[in-house]
Design a binder for this molecule. Structure first.
Ligand SMILES: C[S@@+](CC[C@H](N)C(=O)[O-])C[C@H]1O[C@@H](n2cnc3c(N)ncnc32)[C@H](O)[C@@H]1O
Length: 227
């Protein structure tokens, strides 16, 4: 899916500043695994309207950078943030120096990228050695589901080929379904690969083949695990 196919700013008006299943509850689950020191730099790539950054800013514990390709959503984020730095940019060309982030978050963005390999290359460049990568998104189970969605196998391959070891993998299907219901009841369609009508192939999308993952990986540390 190309992100221009879907109006994220309009959805934000309906579902609030966290435009994804699980909200900051999932971010917190992941950050528990990272146990970052005070002053650690967290980069939120595809930060949208800044829901996660606002939550993290309130903790007073981190330095924060948000990047998104939508100027409209960055303007929304700026209204609710005080100290976080916000920059326009793309996951495939992150406007940050190499080895600067203690943790990089990319929440509900991976599935809409056209070049996931380029984004993982950028994650590996920007995260410090020993730093953390936190991803959450829709994925397809095995070979079922809309082909444009990543599978668990593809994600694990991308992690290990970019030098990340998997520390945690969880699925949160119930949260995906709850979010989908909120979208529908606020008058929105689901993004096409999530199961709105027919997929790109023209076949009806099999919604039972779609789930939501949360993963934490660490840069370096040898061969990727299979948590
Ligand atoms: C589902 S929203 C998630 C927003 C935010 N991470 C959150 O959880 O609330 C997807 C976001 O990805 C952004 N986006 C889409 N393509 C992108 C890209 N190539 N690089 C960076 N951000 C992108 C959109 O503008 C939108 O803010």
């Amino acid at each position: 899916m190309n992100e221009t196919d879907f109006n994220w700013p309009e959805l934000c008006g309906a579902v609030g500043p966290c435009i994804r299943p699980g909200g900051t509850e999932l971010t917190e689950r992941a950050l528990k695994v990272c146990s970052l020191p005070a002053g650690a730099l967290i980069a939120d790539i595809g930060c949208g309207a800044g829901g996660t950054l606002q939550h993290l800013e309130r903790s007073g514990h981190y330095r924060l950078l948000g990047v998104d390709r939508s100027e409209e959503l960055l303007a929304e984020a700026a209204k609710r943030l005080q100290s976080a730095r916000l920059l326009p940019g793309r996951a495939e060309a992150i406007p940050a120096s190499a080895e600067t982030a203690d943790a990089l978050l990319c929440e509900c963005v991976i599935s809409i990228l056209e070049d996931r390999g380029a984004a993982f290359g950028e994650f590996a460049r920007v995260v410090k050695d020993g730093g953390y990568l936190v991803l959450s998104d829709v994925f397809r189970k095995g070979n079922r589901g809309e082909a444009s969605l990543p599978s668990r196998e593809e994600l694990l391959r991308l992690l290990s080929s970019h030098g990340f070891s998997l520390l945690m993998w969880e699925t949160h299907e119930r949260l995906l379904r709850e979010f989908a219901v909120r979208m529908i009841f606020s008058g929105h369609c689901l993004p096409e690969p999530w199961g709105c009508g027919k997929g790109r192939t023209g076949k009806t999308v099999d919604r039972s083949a779609i789930s939501y993952f949360l993963l934490v990986a660490r840069k370096g540390g040898g061969i990727g695990g299979t948590a």
